[in-house]
Design a protein around this ligand. Structure first.
Ligand code: PMP
Length: 364
């Protein structure tokens, strides 16, 4: 019958490595305290929402977007302190930028390399693009294993290296000297992924003054605009003009462009929210250290990684869910993340609810 024939046809047509994947899983979260996805929990003040709606009134949704987004790019460069000789490519989230870069460099036999555990999209997008992937395990304390990384770069002649600074899900920054040695040793391109830049004081734009194979990626997602989807890639024009060819012409919608420009005009609001989150992080960290976790790792990001007692992570995750608090359970995601949970830093109230629920979950 048709159903069986369709299944057989799919199996014959779709690449086996794609069939072996699972789609990126997003759990239902309606009505929950949502601390699973590193979002900024704060909304805009009501008066700002009203002004935003006024801006949207003039947006022409009957027309295609302006693919150049020149003013938005200039605003971003200024606010982010990017050298005027560098360019910007915009993505529908930095997820899309990872894909654009990979599509540019992909060739059968070429390798994407990243430390592990790190952001899962690096591996997934390698698979989408038909590239090999090499994950180099981090050291025990989640620092880079520099000798192993340099050896893997040499062995694979890495075409593309991703370094998340700070790293997800471990929350730490990698040593700058180790990063530089990786840039120097990589025959291909090194992408410094600064998704969590708002929560740390160390940034890496200046690496582009030193190396001809470095670009820096950022996003507005963790600063309060996760729903808008705007990622940005900064780098020298020689690299970025190639990436620009692969970007689909209308990947940034008129609503995103207008809303992002509006939001950047109110960057002070976003900044105040992120500094409040940094304060909340310190308070949450101190409170977590008093609970009976095996380990609470320090964090330069808006989330904290913890390890429960052996075999307890799944139970704690489920108890929290029953109490209406959604976090991320990483047990089983990677050998080095056994018994680990990732907690996004929320508002003071949300963090209180999280701590209350943790108390209940860990004491029974
Ligand atoms: N890079 C890192 C390290 C991330 O953790 C994430 C999201 N969790 C992203 C990139 C993607 O962010 P977005 O697509 O929302 O810009």
């Amino acid at each position: 019958d048709l159903e069986r024939a369709t299944q057989a046809r799919v199996e014959q047509c779709v690449r086996p490595e794609i069939r072996a994947l699972s789609a990126y899983h997003v759990p239902p979260s309606s009505g929950m305290v949502k601390l699973d996805a590193m979002e900024n929990p704060y909304r805009w003040p009501g008066s700002m929402v009203d002004q935003w709606l006024e801006v949207l009134r003039d947006v022409q949704v009957n027309r295609y977007p302006d693919p150049a987004c020149a003013e938005l790019k200039e605003d971003l460069k200024l606010l982010m302190g990017v050298d005027p000789r560098h360019q910007v490519v915009l993505g529908n989230g930095s997820d899309e930028l990872i894909q654009i870069i990979a599509m540019c460099l992909a060739q059968p036999g070429r390798t994407i390399l990243a430390p592990e555990p790190s952001f899962v999209m690096y591996r997934m997008i390698a698979t989408f693009c038909g590239m090999a992937y090499r994950g180099v395990p981090l050291a025990e304390d989640f620092a880079l294993d520099l000798p192993a990384t340099l050896q893997a770069i040499e062995e694979t002649q890495a075409a593309l290296v991703f370094l998340a600074q700070p790293n997800n899900p471990t929350g730490n920054l990698f040593d700058l000297d180790a990063v530089k040695q990786i840039c120097a040793a990589t025959p291909g391109l090194v992408v410094i992924d600064e998704a969590y830049m708002a929560f740390t004081d160390r940034h890496h734009l200046s690496l582009m003054d030193e190396f001809d194979n470095v670009v820096v990626m950022r996003t507005l997602s963790k600063m309060g605009l996760a729903g808008l989807r705007l990622g940005m890639l900064f780098g020298p024009p020689q690299w970025l003009s190639e990436f620009e060819k692969v970007r689909l012409p209308y990947n940034i919608s008129v609503l995103t462009e207008a809303s992002a420009r509006f939001a950047l005009n109110h960057f002070d609001v976003m900044k105040a929210q992120t500094s409040e989150l940094r304060q909340n992080r310190s308070e949450l960290m101190a409170a977590l250290q008093k609970l009976s976790f095996d380990k609470v790792w320090p964090s330069e990001a808006n989330f904290i990684l913890v390890r429960t007692g052996s075999g307890q992570a799944r139970k704690v995750f489920e108890r929290l869910k029953d109490a209406g608090v959604l976090i991320k359970c990483l047990d089983g995601a990677h050998p080095q993340l056994q018994d680990c949970l990732r907690l996004t830093v929320g508002t003071a109230d949300e963090n209180r609810l999280l701590l209350q629920a943790l108390h209940g979950a860990m004491n029974d």
